[in-house]
Design a protein. Structure first.
Ligand code: FE2
Ligand code: FE2
Lengths: 470, 605
């Protein structure tokens, strides 16, 4: 099949002239579209959506806005502009020029890193495919689709790297990204959180707040990579990722805003009968999404992470701003561990604790949002506060996975866990209550009962703009 | 996959001597050992406790054995906090010696305790990971001798899986429901049939060369090309591919026998297992017997079992291993054998001999020479042999024969000089004569050493003799597929058939010498001196050269998968283990997981 690449796929990688790449994409692109039609957003293929499309990499005007139907979206391939004379900033190759091709000895590790990152991008599209049906406003419906098409573009970005730099193996890996599906019992996605359903919009906001934020930290760590095409690709992806987290942070804030209003209006904590979501339910949803997202960081001590760092493949968050030797061969880090039945901190070699260090940065970042949400509550005169549970709470991966740990960070017995978990995690009743609120609102500018309107619209458009033409 | 954590090493406790003074070492709740660590001088650092190979399903920490009719399932569920030694965690279903001791126990138990079981499924109880192979941290921190012994034992255990299928019709099926890396895939390779889940992420891999700078030495390379007959160029790709091979490609390349989607996986495994079980000749309606527990008493210089003992002379680095016949010959038919069960002498004896060999391998590395002796009435052993070979097709007798076969093989791969002493009071009959034929040399006394009986005077009932039985003519093949007599008389196969004429006859030293059955026939005047000299001479040679020489001479004749594994693969692996590129301070094995890339010497040797 013949594709007019310049028109169809906006790019700054000289796609039209790259024989190897065009050939690879010729076979992959139809599979991608088939996947999008089968597992992308359900039912809205023919509706025009007011979407942002990345068209360039410059500071000015990197994207434009306009109505487009999603299957016609122009998924582009962009790498941030190269930094002249960029040097490797950490690991054993520190100070050497960055690589523009994959060194043979790191081929496997790099491919693995890209495949794992790539696997998460289409996964969230699959997880969110039914949400269009119950969107609480046109504004939110549009934001959902914006996130979806950009996750699709992130998949393209990773597939570009696989096709361009990893030959036949890379093509196979790119195909596998479309063969695994979220929650598929036969071919699940690689990481646990990406096989959990996103059944309602409260989950969607918390997912984009926490899980897309994991994406932010993983991408940041990869922007430090000695493999320059990966660094530049992920740098550009971060521009779009910022919007996804914005959707999450403001989404949760709007839920809380509405909850606070209803609590004041009816002078009660239990506002379910008034069509709002109780703070206690929000806290439980938060606990769930936060804890499964922490699992995405991998083992708390990890030789893989150590190898990636030593080789220069994956750095730390804001690597170059850190004041140390960027080798980490002799330093130690205070890591949390379980010793003799309680949680303690132990000294471990820093280089093996990099997953936990990235997680620490993530946790601090998450806390900022929670503080902002709490300000909404205190401004409304409500004393209840939301909080992040202890990092060991409800974990399936890492050193805490073998224990039941309360949100306060106390190890508890199986019995106590069973007894208390309905206070800590969403119950089937909570979920069905939230589901009962999920009725679509499609009148421009109107919001569902449980949600406050946003402060402003998209791209200077008013809130009641027709973001999706139904 | 192959992810390893670092724990600060905890302190040592106890000493070897403390343990040896305790008359009985229990394995009930084994305390972790210190691994024998590479010491600067290169000499062996003794373990602070002896390693025991006795266990029981009730005490398993890493395997779950369940039986459902004719199908047994062995699910690997490694408890990462229960390594056999200190200083590492058994992450991701990685294994160490402790895990494999349980596997050996389970394989044996299934054969004896469950005649009804026709198929065994090896699976993982953990999601996403089948088994990630031998624990790297453990390998990297243990000394050469331990590494070699560990690999040898795991190789033997995998061979026993194949033997169970071949000799007992208890077939093995491997259900690879998650990634099988390195030793994990090698375990699968030892089974009859491999089913891989096809979920776009589970893979089978042999990443040792690219990741660790060592070989897939637990049969991996050999079974790939010799057993599964994977094309050599494809095997080359597989053995250098860290990420392994998934689904369709794994099937296409012949790395697995079947691929199945995740949702159909357990039903498929069940279906194939049932089919394998149905094709098994094992009896459905007899009861098993309980596996004997060898129960040694352990003293500083002796290990004593009811029918087997080892007495160590540290100055000559020699152990005298004495196998004793029972007072009377006991059961005479399958019913009474089944009734006697674990106490039937051939079974009790072989369980003790097997345990002793393992014990000496791991706990007495410097004892380089084994003097093999027997004690008892030849007539008693003769009559036991007649019963055994008459009823060799009985399932239980067949299992005992199989265990004897693999124990003799274990003896031959033990890296010790083996010298049989056919002296006064001995009973080298059939199976026990086979013990002598397993040795590098056989010394036989031509007369009684009390000086009263004239030398070479014909057949006195007290004169040491050797008797051949069917044991020596077929069932107890060596790793090379030949009997010991066939290997011994490689040049003259007809001689072996001539020897069959001597079945159940007492052959004295002079005749044995003429027939080529012994190395030296000595009279009582020379005996003590000659034996002392050979022992001292042996102790004075380089242990490495002896091990290598003996291994080369023992396995003459044809190559088999097993001889290739123990000869070629293990020898290369042990060479690689010694090289700086693997185990030097910057070698790949040592630097794995530290975050420091290995640096290689680039000379091809
Ligand atoms: Fe993304
Ligand atoms: Fe995102």
């Amino acid at each position: 099949m013949k594709v007019d690449y310049a028109a169809k796929i906006p790019n700054n990688v000289n796609l039209a002239e790259d024989r190897q790449l065009t050939r690879a994409l010729e076979s992959w692109q139809p599979k991608y579209l088939a996947w999008w039609n089968q597992l992308g957003p359900k039912d809205f293929a023919n509706n025009e959506v007011f979407l942002r499309t990345a068209v360039d990499v410059g500071q000015e005007g990197w994207a434009n806005f306009g109505y487009v139907t999603m299957p016609e979206y122009r998924w582009g391939i962009f790498l941030a502009e190269p930094k002249p004379d960029r040097r490797i900033s950490f690991g054993e190759h520190i100070g050497q020029p960055v690589w523009n091709e994959v060194p043979g000895e790191y081929r496997f590790d790099l491919r693995r890193l890209i495949a794992v990152q790539g696997d998460t991008e289409p996964a969230s599209v699959e997880q969110q495919r039914h949400l269009g049906k119950t969107a609480p406003s046109l504004y939110d419906l549009r934001n959902l689709f914006q996130v979806n098409v950009e996750e699709g573009r992130h998949l393209w970005a990773m597939v570009y790297l696989l096709h361009r730099y990893f030959g036949k193996d890379g093509r196979e890996e790119a195909d596998a990204l479309l063969e695994r599906h979220s929650g598929d019992p036969d071919r699940p996605r690689l990481l646990g959180a990406f096989n959990e359903p996103t059944p309602d919009w409260l989950s969607f906001y918390l997912f984009t707040y926490f899980t897309d934020r994991d994406g932010k930290f993983q991408l940041h760590a990869l922007t430090e990579s000695a493999f320059d095409p990966l660094a530049r690709t992920t740098q550009f992806m971060l521009k779009e990722e910022a919007h996804h987290m914005f959707v999450g942070a403001t989404g949760v804030a709007r839920v809380i805003q509405r909850t606070a209003e209803l609590m004041k209006e009816h002078d009660t904590d239990d506002i379910r009968q008034y069509g709002g979501i109780n703070l206690s339910i929000i806290q439980k949803y938060l606990n769930f999404h936060y804890s499964i997202t922490l699992d995405l960081f991998g083992g708390d001590t990890s030789s893989n992470a150590a190898n990636y760092y030593a080789s220069g493949l994956k750095g730390r968050y804001h690597e170059s701003e850190r004041q140390d030797d960027h080798r980490l061969l002799n330093s130690t880090y205070k890591a949390e561990a379980v010793t003799d039945g309680h949680i303690d901190s132990i000294e471990v070699p820093t280089i093996t604790a990099l997953n936990q260090i990235l997680q620490d940065d993530f946790i601090a970042d998450c806390q900022n949002g929670v503080d902002r949400w709490n300000r909404i509550l205190s401004e409304a005169g409500i004393t209840t506060k939301l909080y992040l549970p202890h990092r060991g709470f409800n974990r399936q991966v890492g050193i805490f996975a073998d224990y039941h740990i309360t949100p306060e960070g106390v190890i508890c017995s199986d019995e106590e866990w069973e007894l208390k978990k309905s206070e800590w995690l969403p119950t089937p009743d909570d979920r069905s209550f939230v589901a009962s609120l999920m009725v679509p609102v499609r009148e421009p500018g109107k919001m569902a009962s449980w949600l406050a309107p946003p402060a402003t619209g998209i791209a200077n458009k008013p809130i009641d703009y027709i973001y999706v033409k139904l | 996959m192959l992810d390893v954590v670092h724990l600060p090493a905890r302190g040592r406790r106890g000493t070897l001597v403390d343990t040896l003074l305790a008359p009985n070492v229990s394995t009930d709740r084994p305390e972790p050992h210190d691994l024998p660590v590479e010491s600067p001088s290169g000499s062996v650092t003794l373990l602070d406790r002896s390693i025991s190979f006795r266990t029981h399903p009730e005490r398993y920490r890493h395997w779950k054995l369940t039986i459902d009719g004719r199908v047994a399932t062995l699910a690997l569920d490694v408890d990462e906090d229960s390594p056999i030694a200190r200083g590492y965690e058994l992450k991701l279903n990685s294994y160490d010696l402790g895990v494999d001791i349980e596997l050996r126990d389970a394989i044996l138990r299934l054969r004896f305790e469950h005649p009804e079981v026709g198929a065994v499924v090896i699976a993982s109880a953990k999601d996403k990971v089948f088994c990630s192979g031998a624990n790297i941290q453990m390998l990297a921190s243990s000394n050469h001798s331990f590494k070699v012994n560990f690999c040898k034992f795991t190789n033997e255990t995998r061979n026993q899986i194949e033997e169970a299928s071949h000799y007992s019709g208890q077939h093995y099926l491997c259900a690879v429901g998650g990634t099988a890396a390195g030793g994990g895939y090698e375990l699968a390779l030892a089974t009859d049939y491999i089913i891989l889940v096809d979920d776009s992420s589970a893979a089978v891999s042999l990443p040792e060369v690219p990741l660790l700078g060592v070989l897939p030495g637990t049969g991996g390379l050999t079974r790939l090309v010799d057993k599964r007959k994977v094309r050599r160029d494809i095997a080359d790709v597989v053995a250098t591919k860290i990420e392994g091979t998934r689904g369709r490609k794994a099937l296409e390349w012949g790395l697995v026998d079947e691929i199945v989607p995740k949702s159909a996986f357990s039903s498929k495994v069940h279906e194939v297992a049932t089919r394998l079980a149905d094709s098994s000749p094992r009896p459905k309606d007899v009861r098993g017997i309980s596996l004997p527990d060898p129960e040694p008493e352990i003293y500083p210089n002796s290990v004593i079992y009811p029918y087997v003992r080892a007495d160590i002379d540290r100055s000559s680095r020699t152990a005298t291993i004495t196998i004793s016949a029972p007072k009377d010959s006991g059961p005479v038919d399958p019913e009474s054998i089944a009734e006697a069960g674990p106490s039937w002498w051939p079974l009790a004896m072989v369980s003790q001999l097997d345990d002793l060999i393992l014990w000496l391998r791991f706990n007495e590395a410097t004892i380089g020479t084994f003097l093999m002796k027997t004690r008892g009435e030849p007539a008693v052993v003769d009559s036991i042999e007649r019963t055994m070979w008459t009823y060799r097709d009985n399932w239980l007798v067949n299992e005992v024969i199989s265990w004897i076969r693999s124990t003799l093989r274990r003896l031959e791969t033990s890296s010790r000089s083996l010298i049989a002493l056919v002296d006064e009071g001995s009973c080298f009959v059939g199976t026990l004569a086979e013990v002598a034929f397993a040795c590098d040399r056989i010394y036989m006394l031509t007369g009684l050493s009390d000086g009263e009986t004239p030398l070479s005077s014909g057949h006195s009932s007290d004169l040491p003799t050797i008797r051949l039985t069917p044991a020596n003519f077929g069932p107890l093949t060596m790793d090379n597929g030949l009997t010991r007599l066939e290997s011994r008389f490689l040049k003259d196969p007809d001689h072996v058939s001539e020897l069959a004429e001597y079945m159940y006859k007492a052959i004295d030293a002079v005749e044995a010498d003429e027939l080529g059955l012994v190395t030296f026939a000595l009279d009582e005047i020379d005996w003590d001196d000659e034996i002392r000299l050979v022992v001292e001479e042996r102790a004075s040679f380089s242990p490495d050269a002896l091990t290598a020489m003996e291994a080369n001479l023992r396995f003459c004749g044809p190559e088999t998968v097993t001889t290739k594994i123990f000869g070629r693969l293990s020898a290369w692996q042990n060479w690689v283990f010694q090289r700086p590129n693997a185990t030097g301070p910057q070698g790949a094995l040592r630097s794995y997981g530290t975050g420091i890339r290995p640096s290689f010497e680039h000379i091809r040797t």
